[in-house]
Design a binder for this molecule. Structure first.
Ligand code: 13P
Ligand code: SF4
Length: 353
């Protein structure tokens, strides 16, 4: 538990003993008890860059979820080891796109005669083999902070985008940031024959959205936005782009976790916010900014259960093992997958700005 002074002291001691040999990354959705030991905190994009920029650290302890640790392993050198304190910290959205399903989808696009003119774009929240697929097929990775720029990159190279695996980020970016019509986006359901789409529908579409979503952000509703506006005069509603399109349409601002934090940090005292993203982040923001009124957009939405698997006992366990010379819970990506996934990640990291 957060208040266990013994565990806090053990984590502190182990970190001090390891010194520069270890670098701890913490995603904004992590618990307070864990985030206090992060050398850097950030959104998925910032953490990927930070991992790549620490060649001196032998061990990268990634307090986040599995796909983030995989990306860190891909972006770090072969002699660095990436550790995920609990290997069961996955992501239900990433699990919604399996390589075999995506390869089937590509065959469906080929049969419709559109695979050649389609650029696959995968959200960071996907497994390394999906990123590798994108690398092999001329595609790219994006995160919630650069999806617009990445989609523009893709449209400069092809007529269509296949967007994996988050339909909401894909739709919100295509419609609200690139100005495409809702009717230019179609939804590919991997559980239906041919994705539930006809060849004509695929030929007419500009964006083919994979039918995946975040089980946390998908729960915020338009009613919650109406509700909070009625209850809190002058409230600013700020949400993550993994929220449903109808929710994002009603919000005042939309952005990545890093964007949300910066927006609140830079607002004048007395600003009222309703925040639609993971609860650990919102609670920390509220505590850090008592001069503003920060509330959670929808009371029944809960923590991300997989992010929450990383707790102080797990962190202490991996750090103390490192002190004893044992690497536990290492995340590795095989060389072939890493090669192609790195191409897709690098295309994103090389985009200007
Ligand atoms: P960002 O930190 O990139 O906004 O991503 C949110 C998320 O859901 C990570 O799992
Ligand atoms: Fe995955 Fe959603 Fe949790 Fe992020 S918040 S790790 S997208 S389930």
């Amino acid at each position: 538990p957060a208040s266990d002074p013994n565990l806090v002291e053990r984590a502190r001691r182990a970190k001090a003993q390891l010194g520069e040999r270890v670098f701890v990354l913490g995603h904004h959705y992590q618990r307070d008890e864990v985030i206090q030991f992060a050398d850097v905190t950030g959104d998925s994009f910032k953490l990927a860059r930070e991992a790549a920029a620490r060649p001196e650290a032998e061990f990268i302890v990634f307090c986040g979820v599995h796909f983030m640790a995989e990306s860190a392993d891909i972006l770090t050198s072969a002699d660095q080891q990436v550790i995920l304190p609990d290997l069961a910290a996955g992501c239900s959205m990433a699990d919604m796109a399996r390589l075999a399903q995506v390869e089937d989808c590509w065959d469906v696009l080929a049969d419709a005669g559109v695979a050649d003119v389609t650029v696959p774009v995968t959200y960071m929240n996907s497994s390394a083999d999906i990123k590798a697929f994108c690398g092999r097929e001329g595609g790219v990775v994006c995160t919630s902070s650069n999806a617009k720029k990445v989609m523009e990159w893709a449209f400069a190279r092809g007529e269509k985008v296949l967007f994996l695996p988050d339909q909401h980020l894909g739709r919100n970016t295509a419609v609200l940031q690139l100005g495409l019509g809702l009717d230019e986006c179609v939804l590919y359901d991997p559980h239906r024959p041919n994705g539930g789409l006809t060849a004509d529908e695929l030929r007419a579409a500009k964006v083919i959205l994979w039918k995946g979503h975040c089980s946390v952000h998908g729960r915020f509703t338009p009613e919650a936005v109406h509700d909070v506006r009625a209850r809190v005069p002058g409230v600013r509603v700020i949400v993550h782009p993994e929220c449903q399109h109808e929710v994002v349409l009603l919000a005042d601002e939309v952005g990545s976790t890093e964007y949300i934090i910066k927006a609140v940090e830079s607002a004048p005292p007395g600003t009222r916010w309703a925040v639609g993203t993971e609860l650990n982040l919102v609670q920390r923001l509220a505590k850090a900014h008592p001069e503003q009124e920060v509330t959670f957009l929808e009371q029944h939405v809960c923590y991300c259960s997989t992010m929450n698997r990383i707790d102080l006992p797990h962190l202490v366990w991996v750090l103390e093992n490192l002190v004893d010379g044992h690497v536990v819970n290492q995340v590795t990506v095989d060389a072939e997958t890493e090669h192609h996934a790195k191409i897709a990640l690098q295309r994103m990291l090389d985009l200007p700005g």
